[in-house]
Ligand binder design. Structure first.
Ligand code: ADP
Length: 621
């Protein structure tokens, strides 16, 4: 393996190592707040779960106070639970402690007696009994015989996200199930048989269960507030409401408060962080349904989250170091968006919660860590370019100065040579044939030299100032005809025939003088490089919005390796340099320059020994 390959592998490995180092450090911090915030966003975006239909809720609401003219008392409480029992409710869960109900001693006692006699009546309390503790939940007299069941409302207050939102529910504490799984199990016999076995309570029966401080917990599958529409307490007390009580048959009925007098009756949820976002009654309904459906969200294992964060960090490092800033930002933007969609779909379809906070923070950290590094690299590179460019400009300037100086200084002596040759030629004393030939050669050579020098001087002039284009609307064919007519004499001197095939064209706007120079150069070259007795074909046509002029000859062609260079300044092919054909190597350079000023294209198609075809394309608009 070569050294550069090793270096490449090493560079990749160091990027990988950096990405995983960032991951290792980052994943030490939980970022629960951001993670839960992003979880809530996903919960809100996915379609909510459908209620099981086994739950009914009743609330003491503003209408109840209005209708009764007071807070429901012990008597109202007794009447309500009696009626619910008569209607065949499967279980009645009161979130209101009957101890709070006011009334005469008899009324309170009567309520206690009724409540204790109903085996399906439970008072939900926030406490959890410790294993082995007796009567821990017992209500104070006279309600000591009423069933009190543990139904705590976990809130992320001092733990996890610390944002006062309720996301979790408790299934069991120290192996003792709470009220929710016990009642919900009646509506999901399959689940019940799995968690209530002969060996006792089995936590693994519940989807998404996790352990936290000796308790088994689930993430509640929330439905938005208002999904469980409550019945008003007072509407059920009226004598004529018996008919409407039928809907409670076979249901879990939850009774609670919604009068906004205490924040204890409400929780914040992933759907809303308002202080009265959801009643405890509706929260409890969500908890029951989560267990009945057994579809709680499962958190992806830690190693999956670390792996995802590592991969995303690595991707970011590569993007920042290799792509251009705009493409890099676009790629990272799409990665963030794409990952959000994946995480949303995972929650929505797979009910699985994959971490978003760590991957997103990894992107930001890797980005901000590597951008300055990239900037330093870029800066150094542009400094090098700048230096090289400066040098090149100086060289170019030197070259131009040198050329123009040379040209100027050469022009005068050449003019003198020409003059002297003419003097000798016109001398009345006859010259010997050898002398005449020598003077003729002198004259021809100095003409060629002057032509070359004029070419170089013209080039300098063209390059030093922007050329003003003088556009005229004209038919390209007429220019072709002029050029061919002008060069016909030159062609004939080599017995070369110039044929034309000109398609009728619309006039287009172009600089007539410049295009004449371009076409003259192409036809001149064709004549210059073609053998005697050959022919040249000049064609014009319109093709896909372009006027196409082609000059094809039967000359020597151009070697393939030289094709890309023939439009370069001063470039002459090896064959041309070795032959007697004179030239400056500027004709095609200028032709390309002029065609491109017209937003056109020039190209050549040639096979060595089989002639060349030059194509000029000018846009019609
Ligand atoms: P020159 O003054 O040398 O003709 P040009 O820029 O016009 O300069 O052409 C550059 C080179 O391209 C020429 O030296 C020649 O090698 C090659 N070339 C141009 N036209 C033809 C042609 N029709 N057939 C073969 N070679 C050509």
């Amino acid at each position: 393996m070569t050294a550069s390959r090793w270096r490449k592998i090493l560079v990749h490995l160091s990027r990988l190592a950096f990405a995983f180092a960032i991951t290792a450090i980052l994943t030490q911090f939980p970022f629960d707040y951001i993670e839960s915030f992003l979880y809530d966003a996903r919960v809100r975006l996915r379609p909510p779960p459908a209620p099981s239909g086994f739950i009914e809720t009743i609330v003491i609401d503003a209408a109840t106070i209005q209708n009764l003219g007071r807070v429901p008392n012990a008597n109202d409480f007794r009447v309500l639970i009696e009626r619910l029992h008569e209607a065949g409710a499967h279980s009645i869960v009161s979130l209101v402690n009957p101890n709070e109900a006011v009334g005469s001693l008899d009324e309170v006692r009567s309520l206690a007696k009724t409540a204790a006699s109903l085996t399906n009546f439970y008072v939900a309390v926030d406490d959890v009994p410790l294993s082995g503790e007796k009567n821990a939940l017992q209500l104070s007299p006279p309600f000591e015989n009423v069933r009190a069941a543990s139904a705590p409302v976990p809130v992320d207050r001092n733990i996890f996200a610390r944002d006062d939102v309720s996301r979790r529910m408790m299934l069991a504490y120290q192996g003792l199930p709470t009220l929710h799984p016990i009642i919900a199990g009646e509506f999901n016999p399959d689940l019940k048989s799995k968690f209530q076995t002969a060996e006792g309570y089995q936590r693994d029966a519940f989807r998404g269960v996790f352990e936290y401080l000796q308790s088994d917990q689930l993430y509640i599958q929330f439905a938005p507030t208002g999904t469980y529409v409550p019945s008003s307490y007072s509407s059920l007390l009226a004598e004529e409401s018996r008919e409407s009580l039928k809907k409670f048959k076979g249901k879990i009925v939850i009774v609670g408060r919604d009068i906004q007098t205490t924040s204890k009756d409400y929780v914040r949820t992933p759907y809303s962080r308002d202080i009265v976002a959801m009643t405890i009654v509706e929260l409890s309904a969500n908890m029951f349904d989560t267990v009945i459906r057994n579809d709680a969200t499962t958190r992806a294992p830690r190693w999956v989250n670390i792996l995802i964060t590592g991969l995303i960090s690595y991707l970011t490092v590569i993007v920042v170091l290799t792509l251009t800033p705009t493409t890099g930002l676009l790629t990272l933007g799409s990665t963030i968006f794409g990952y959000f969609v994946v995480a949303l779909l995972t929650l929505w379809i797979g009910q699985t919660w994959i971490d978003m906070a760590h991957p997103f923070l990894a992107i930001f950290i890797c980005y901000y860590f590597f951008i300055p590094y990239r900037l330093i690299l870029e800066n150094r590179r542009s400094w090098e370019y700048y230096q090289k460019n400066k040098l090149l400009t100086q060289v170019e300037e030197l070259k131009t100065n040198f050329l123009s100086m040379m040209s100027h200084d050469l022009k005068t002596p050449i003019a003198r040579i020409q003059g002297m040759a003419d003097v000798v030629k016109s001398d009345p004393n006859p010259l010997s044939p050898r002398q005449k030939e020598a003077v003729d050669t002198l004259r021809r050579s100095s003409d060629e030299l002057l032509e070359f020098i004029t070419g170089v001087l013209n080039l300098g002039r063209i390059e030093s100032k922007a050329i003003q284009l003088h556009f005229h609307s004209k038919d390209v064919n007429s220019v072709v005809r002029d050029v061919v007519a002008k060069l016909d004499y030159l062609a004939r001197s080599k017995q070369i025939e110039i044929r034309t095939e000109l398609e009728t064209l619309f006039s287009i706007r172009f600089d007539v003088d410049l295009m004449k120079q371009v076409l003259s150069n192409l036809v001149e070259n064709a004549i210059k490089y073609s053998p005697e007795n050959s022919s040249i074909l000049v064609t014009t046509e319109e093709r896909d919005g372009w006027i196409v002029v082609q000059v094809a000859d039967q000359g020597p062609g151009i070697p393939e390796d030289e094709l890309p260079r023939i439009f370069m300044k001063f470039y002459r092919s090896r064959n041309a340099k070795g032959s007697a054909i004179k030239g400056s190597g500027l004709g095609l350079y200028l032709a390309k320059y002029f065609v491109e000023l017209h937003k056109g294209r020039i190209s050549v198609d040639s096979t060595e020994g089989q002639g060349s075809t030059f194509t000029v394309e000018l846009p019609t608009i």
